[in-house]
Design a protein around this ligand. Sequence first.
Ligand code: C2E
Ligand code: CA
Ligand code: CA
Ligand code: CA
Length: 275
Amino acid sequence: QAKKIKNSYSFFTEEMRSLNAFRADVEHELRGAIESCELWMAYQPQINADETLYGVEALVRWQNEKLGFVPPDKFIYVAEESGLMKELGEFIIQTSLREIGELQKELNLSFSLSINISVVQLMEADFLPNLLKIIAKENFDRSSLTLEITESLSIESLDDVLPILYDIQEHDIQISLDDFGTGYSSLSILRELPIDELKIDKSFIDKILYDESEKILVESIINIGKNFHMKTLAEGVECIEQVNELKRSKCDIFQGYYYSKPLSKEDLKKFLRKG
Ligand code: C2E
Ligand code: CA
Ligand code: CA
Ligand code: CA
């Protein structure tokens, strides 16, 4: 018995050590990643209830020689903790605005662009001035830009974030509350924050077809969104049955593998041409 405990303990420390090593590798490799062009943006279509295009969400991608493909979940927080988020964030904003701006002009189409912004980014002293600078440089239509802010922004940080969000809204830029329902924040956040869109997390959408209470929960979120004059967007829809159910509940916008995986700029162009 004692042996077993000892083994599971050493397994645990082993795992901890490799986790720390991985984190150190990520930090080290990330430092050169932007300059060596290892990062690019993928774009996932967002579809209106009438099946027309609403917009795209920009999602960062990283392929590294040593580490292989590293998903954003595994390196965004490292960037934040090691002071690399400012540079990375600017790359993300710059690249998305340029590529989508070019595509809109080329295809003579106008649609929304959503960019994920972490609270760490939002709190950088010159976040909004820098964003406005890039918007001006790329000549991007501000009103078709949405910033996705994750709901996990805690009540403690609310006081700091609130004036920034109002500033952003003053400039005609839209705000979407990402991963809605997964955090611990209270519903009063909906009254305090200037939110244009509620993004319902995939973890809820996953269960609506076989869990009645989950379906009711999602319906309630959609109704709350409606009552607060916010758009509602369902993330991670993978089949038509989910889409139909969500349409019955009057959800506005849909995003997920059922319509498309995140696409490279070239593949997005093909997707948009098909209409
Ligand atoms: P998120 O914002 O909640 O993004 C949704 C994630 O679900 C994306 O994973 C997307 O590829 C995936 N997804 C979309 N539809 C489906 C579906 O139908 N089925 C399944 N199984 N998955 C689907 P991804 O790209 O790995 O991003 C993970 C998280 O990383 C994002 O969660 C976001 O929090 C963060 N992230 C990604 N790109 C950026 C970025 O440019 N900046 C910041 N700050 N965070 C980012
Ligand atoms: Ca998002
Ligand atoms: Ca999510
Ligand atoms: Ca997220």
